[in-house]
Ligand binder design. Structure first.
Ligand SMILES: NC(=O)c1ccc[n+]([C@@H]2O[C@H](COP(=O)([O-])OP(=O)(O)OC[C@H]3O[C@@H](n4cnc5c(N)ncnc54)[C@H](OP(=O)(O)O)[C@@H]3O)[C@@H](O)[C@H]2O)c1
Length: 256
């Protein structure tokens, strides 16, 4: 598949109202895709639509933690785009755990927003992808899925679960010729990481992340990971014996 092949594709993208998703939406429109852009923030989606062109980017707001709202949104996307060739589930949040106040409700929020939203989305979109001649499924994980980091007990667990689910699904959907990509960015400058209180090695700008993701989607890379100067050493680090890994990881993202 070449870069040109994103042109004319009908793409449903969640988490498009901010950060990486917003930049990816703009990049996909630049490459000729027709995008249904989702998030809860209606104003942000309308602004984006005005910027990209209302005929190229259609806002489909909904709450991704709500299963029936997700089913309804998929129907709207199908009606507005006339079908779905690519679904990219990117919506997500991050909350760090304070082990002194270990709170199951924090886990419920993060699991619901990151993991279950993607499960609901896949459930709703698979029948639509099966009607496409060029179906393709993409989901947002993170390099944190490669190895554990301090305070990421909830966020990291959801991203590892997403990676496992998508890789498993890739095996099962191969028979139907539905490729599946998992996206694993390192640190990207967005409203989400602006809240972080620790050093973020090799953090990149959101436009660079969007280009990397669109390039990976055009090639249908099974795993889209970047920046390589961070993601590859992190993968290698995660292969170290646990004792050694723990000593390095504990220093990697230390609260300032
Ligand atoms: N930034 C990084 O360094 C980084 C690294 C690795 C992975 N990621 C992942 O990349 C994705 C985007 O992150 P970001 O950094 O771009 O963060 P962001 O700027 O905060 O964007 C998060 C997006 O998710 C949407 N969202 C959150 N909860 C939602 C809900 N309940 N229903 C519908 N949409 C919801 C938000 O839309 P509304 O607020 O409008 O609902 C927003 O569009 C996340 O999955 C994140 O885990 C980010």
């Amino acid at each position: 598949m070449t870069s040109a092949s994103l042109s004319g594709r009908r793409i449903w993208l969640t988490g498009a109202s901010s950060g990486i998703g917003r930049a990816v939406a703009q990049e996909l429109v630049r490459r000729g895709s027709l995008v249904a852009a989702s998030g809860r923030n209606v104003t942000a989606l309308q602004d984006l639509s005005a910027k990209c062109g209302p005929d190229r980017l259609i806002p489909v707001p909904f709450d991704a933690t709500d299963r029936s709202a997700t089913t309804a949104a998929a129907r709207t996307v199908q009606a507005r785009l006339g079908g779905v060739d690519i679904a990219f589930f990117n919506a997500g949040t991050c909350e760090y755990v304070d082990p002194r106040r270990f709170d199951s409700r924090l886990f419920e929020r993060v699991v619901q927003t990151n993991f279950m939203s993607m499960v609901y989305g896949i459930e709703a979109v698979l029948p639509l992808l099966r009607e496409s001649r060029t179906p393709y499924l993409v989901g947002m994980s993170s390099t944190v899925a490669y190895g554990c980091l301090p305070r990421a007990e909830a966020y990291g667990a959801t991203k590892a679960a997403i990676k496992y689910m998508l890789e498993s699904l890739r095996l099962d959907l191969a028979a139907e010729q539905i490729p599946v990509s998992v996206v694993c960015p390192g640190f990207v400058r967005t409203p989400l990481t602006d809240l972080n209180d620790f050093p973020m090695p090799f953090r990149i700008e959101v436009d660079e992340a969007a280009r990397r993701i669109a390039d990976g989607m055009a090639r249908q890379d099974p795993e889209i990971h970047f920046p390589k100067r961070f993601s590859i050493p992190f993968k290698l680090l995660a292969m170290l014996p646990a004792g050694l890994y723990n000593r390095v990881a504990a220093r990697l993202v230390r609260a300032s």
